[in-house]
Design a protein around this ligand. Structure first.
Ligand code: SF4
Ligand code: F3S
Length: 104
């Protein structure tokens, strides 16, 4: 499966939603997550994310984000069409510590 990491927080560009063939993204207030049970590992979303927030779970050190994707994809609503990114999305691109600062 592919995993949305904290780099998505407050960027939420949603280009990923447009390309996913199985519509397995779920929407929270500040970020999206992928449902690991639905993702078919096609990889097309990874290069589409301007924040480079999406990674394959074969990369090391993603445990925290894998857990977060798994948990919240079961709670948040499914999103199938791209909406508008936040006005200040670019200001938060590449920012460190976004989970601690903004995720609640
Ligand atoms: Fe969707 Fe493919 Fe990305 Fe999985 S890897 S979330 S199936 S676009
Ligand atoms: Fe987030 Fe990137 Fe999608 S910022 S909403 S994972 S395009």
């Amino acid at each position: 499966t592919y995993v949305v990491t904290d780099a998505c927080i407050r960027c939420k560009y949603m280009d990923c939603v447009e390309v996913c063939p199985v519509d397995c993204f779920y929407e929270g207030e500040n970020m999206l997550v992928i449902n690991p049970n639905e993702c078919i590992d096609c990889g097309v979303c990874e290069p589409e994310c301007p924040a480079e927030a999406i990674l394959p779970d074969t990369e090391s050190g993603l445990e925290q984000w894998m857990e977060l994707n798994s948990k919240f994809s079961a709670e948040w609503p499914n999103i199938t069409t791209k909406g508008d990114a936040p006005d200040d999305a670019d200001d938060h691109k590449g920012e460190e510590g976004k989970y601690e600062k903004y995720f609640s």
